[in-house]
Design a protein around this ligand. Structure first.
Ligand code: HEC
Length: 131
């Protein structure tokens, strides 16, 4: 019995260590090299165009304020992310990558080819304005 308890404790310690004590980098996936370090070439004013793109393509799942509460998102597993919450922990390169490439195993498709790079950066600017 003691051995099992010890094993559980050791496992828990490793799991906690692997989570890095809440370091944001440990929570989100590693950004592929072709995206890592990219910065938004557009200014904050591009958020207005991004708002329009977001309304047309993203609110159905993510909700108007990006809180993950859009009507089409309710039945999804995993549910759409709360974008302002995520954005506070990741850089623009992460957001640009996810919107471009999507997320495997979820309903989040890659928007590259549907939206231009410029439009994706506009959406990233808009996500930065969400609270
Ligand atoms: C069909 C529903 C749907 C649509 C439309 C959609 N998303 Fe998503 N999105 C999701 C789901 C589901 C996830 C995954 C959530 C998770 O992994 O916990 C996600 C994840 C994300 C993520 C974060 C990925 C991560 O690292 O967890 C971002 C950023 C994002 N979406 C932005 C957008 C933007 C911008 C648009 C519009 C261009 C959009 N999404 C359209 C459903 C959608």
């Amino acid at each position: 019995m003691k051995k099992i308890l010890l094993a559980v404790l050791v496992f828990a310690a490793f799991t906690l260590a692997a989570c890095g004590g809440g370091e944001p980098a440990a929570v989100v996936a590693a950004i592929p090299a072709e995206f890592a370090g990219k910065t938004n070439p557009l200014g904050a004013e591009s958020a207005a165009a991004g708002a329009e793109i977001f309304k047309n393509n993203c609110t159905a799942c993510h909700g108007e304020q990006g809180h993950g509460d859009g009507p089409a998102g309710a039945a999804l597993n995993p549910a759409p992310k709360n974008l302002p919450e995520l954005a506070s922990t990741v850089g623009d390169d992460y957001l640009f990558w996810r919107v471009s490439a999507g997320k495997l195993g979820t309903s989040m498709v890659g928007w590259k080819g549907i939206l231009t790079d410029e439009q994706i950066w506009q959406v990233v600017s808009f996500i930065r304005t969400l609270k």
